[in-house]
Design a protein around this ligand. Structure first.
Ligand code: FAD
Length: 517
């Protein structure tokens, strides 16, 4: 604690509002920033990109965008704004790849820091026992994968999509089908370099400045800007057996999923998704999955029923070909999927991890990538997932035509409860991700309004049925809701904010704290 006086009623604990700057003090503050000596540059014009994100629903234009070429550029900018005090009104948002959904990486009339400008600095690999790599906070995971593979190594825990930055996913969690075993990406970090809201550059680990280390992980960018991270690595496999099997019954599906995430030597990746009233089943599957027997797969007819697809993968190297097949057979023999629905694909490790990018390219071609994305990501405790599925799949949601709906369980033991990320209070919880795309001009079922209403109904169900749900990639519009989200972690979160970013300069796009005046 840096000697802060915490007044629980003070200014920045007020209800949320978009931070606005009185234009005269704002413009003089920006003018003073221009006088800073930078290795990179400050851009005052043509900053529309910084007012956009993947969600495509919130657009707040910043007054300036910093394209840093060094960590010093970032620390001196933050320090300068901190030293101007509350009156400047300026806030700062670190922007990774801008794949937020509700303006979280934007700063209305403030300063956006383009973290990707720090990319390209050499990644340092430690290849001995417990290998790791030191990367910049603005590095994309896809680039880390490319570089790590040159050393026969790879990070252990991923997101489904790799064109995201280290700082962006570590500020949230970073969850994919490997998390049941390795935990989220925030469980696989050894060290961080962080620029706090006071402009200080702090190195932190589990032992050194641990309060900041854990605070920043899953901390929604509230306590500091991640400029470097040391990521844990493992030997990379060459190939992947990628499998999909179908279920007609949610209970059987989730029982098998839970069995697999609790089994030793299980699959290396376990996810799942829901299909409701879809025709052209195969063509509409979410990614570049090409089953070995497309004929059989395309002939499978769901007769309009809701289907649950278990998606699993086993990593291997060529010399393990026979043993991996035996292992897969043995694991599959313990499952209760519809026997005629085993779809198998064999791909390189890179193809597997980069699978969503293939879909991105297809969607971009059709002009369907840069549409509004009203996504909803929920963490539901295991004891309530059946209630949830009964009420949502087939009732609130009568089809899955707007995008994939992922459902898979995670082991809470792989989370470190010292991080800022909030999860439900049970040993196993499910990630349920409604990854909808809205057709811009549609007023029907494919339109934004319809999807937002559906999302609201799902959230209301969680509330009224007391499901103990926690949002992942959370989005709220009042501080009361944020308080409820953090629950008994709220006080500690507020304390950290007043310690590391006492003027509430950082990450205004979440609208948790308002910059003091
Ligand atoms: P941005 O959107 O640029 O920033 C996100 C937040 O982090 C903002 O608050 C920003 O201020 C802050 N931030 C950015 N950089 C830093 C930094 N260096 N230091 C401190 N704060 C920073 N998530 C998963 O967990 N699993 C998935 O499988 C997954 N798949 C996805 C697929 C797609 C197609 C998309 C668009 C998103 C997906 N996400 C997934 C969500 C994704 O992890 C988050 O949206 C993430 O924040 C995006 O990273 P970004 O680099 O674009 O961050």
């Amino acid at each position: 604690i840096l000697g802060c006086n915490i007044n629980r009623n003070n200014h920045f604990f007020q209800p949320i509002a978009i931070s606005t700057v009185s234009s005269s003090s704002g413009s003089s503050a920006i003018a003073s920033l221009e006088a800073l000596r930078l290795d990179g540059r400050l851009s005052l014009e043509n900053n529309q990109l910084a007012a956009k994100d993947f969600g495509n629903r919130y657009h707040f234009l910043p007054a300036a965008v910093l394209h840093p070429k060094s960590v010093t550029d970032i620390s001196s900018t933050v320090k300068h704004i901190f030293e101007m005090g509350p009156t400047s009104g300026l806030t700062i948002a670190a922007r990774g790849h801008g794949h937020s959904l509700e303006g979280q990486a934007q700063a209305h009339e403030g300063v956006v820091i383009n973290m990707e400008a720090l990319q390209g600095q050499v990644m340092h690999f430690h290849t001995g026992e417990d290998p790791y790599v030191d990367v910049s906070g603005g590095d994309l995971w896809i680039n880390i994968l490319h570089e790590s593979l040159k050393h026969g190594l790879a990070p252990k825990s991923w997101t489904d999509y790799l064109h995201l930055t280290v700082g962006g996913t570590l500020s949230n969690g970073g969850i994919s089908g490997q998390a049941f075993r390795h935990g989220p990406q925030i469980s696989n970090v050894y060290q961080l370099e962080v620029v706090t809201g006071r402009g200080e550059v702090v190195c932190c680990t589990k032992k050194q400045n641990a309060d900041l280390f854990y605070g920043v992980l899953g901390g929604l960018g509230q306590f500091g800007i991640i400029t470097k991270a040391r990521i844990s690595l493992e030997p990379a496999p060459k190939m992947v057996k990628w499998i999909r099997v179908l279920y007609l019954d949610f209970n059987t599906f989730s029982t098998d999923q839970e069995h697999l995430i609790s089994t030793k030597n299980s699959f290396d990746y376990i996810e799942g998704f829901v299909l409701i009233n879809r025709t052209g089943l195969l063509n509409n599957w979410r990614s570049s999955f090409n089953p070995k027997d497309p004929l059989q797969a395309s002939q499978f007819n769901s007769e309009g029923k809701t289907l649950f697809c278990l998606e699993i993968a086993k990593y291997f190297n060529q010399e393990e070909y026979h043993t991996v097949n035996q292992k897969i057979d043995s694991l599959l023999s313990e499952l209760n999927y519809i026997q005629s629905t085993l779809f198998l694909s064999e791909v390189s490790y890179m193809e597997f991890l980069n699978r969503v990018h293939v879909s991105e390219l297809k969607l971009r071609e059709k002009g369907l990538w840069e549409v509004p994305h009203p996504w909803l990501n929920l963490l539901i405790p295991k004891s309530k997932i059946h209630d949830f599925s009964q009420e949502v799949f087939g009732k609130i949601l009568t089809d899955t035509s707007n995008g994939p709906i992922l459902v898979y369980p995670l082991n809470k033991s792989r989370w470190d409860n010292r991080t800022s990320m909030v999860t439900p209070a049970e040993d196993i919880f499910y990630l349920v991700a409604f990854l909808s795309s809205a057709m811009p001009s549609s007023t029907g079922k494919e339109g934004l309004e319809h999807i937002v209403t559906q999302n609201r109904r799902i959230l209301e169900l969680c509330e009224t049925a007391h499901l103990g749900m926690k949002q992942y990639l959370p989005h709220y519009s009042s501080q009361e809701q944020w308080k409820a989200h953090f629950g008994n972690q709220w006080e500690a979160f507020v304390l950290k904010k007043s310690t590391y970013d006492p003027l509430a300069i950082l990450a205004p796009g979440h609208r948790i704290f308002k910059k003091s005046k």
